[in-house]
Design a protein. Structure first.
Length: 85
């Protein structure tokens, strides 16, 4: 697994599908329990391979920032759609 920031794309049957942010064609499957109890789809996590295993950090501020940008874009698109109708 590459070091870096990943998006939790989906969680199914105890497995999280991660997309590497630098190249989202690179996918990794990780057991959810290794990521922590509070993770959910759409979250950003930082993964580092260390001699003792993986260090995984939830990037809460970055996740919220991206979600806020997505909300803003969605609101702008809905507003444009209403204006054009």
């Amino acid at each position: 697994m590459k070091n870096g920031i990943y998006t939790i794309e989906s969680i199914e049957k105890g497995q999280a599908k991660l997309l590497w942010r630098e190249d989202e064609s690179i996918e990794e499957l990780v057991e959810v329990e290794k990521l922590g109890a509070n993770v959910k789809e759409g979250d950003l996590i930082k993964i580092e391979s260390l001699p003792k295993g993986l260090q995984i950090d939830l990037l809460e501020k970055e996740t919220e920032s991206i979600k806020e940008k997505a909300r803003t874009i969605k609101e702008q698109l809905l507003k444009r759609r209403e204006e054009n109708n």
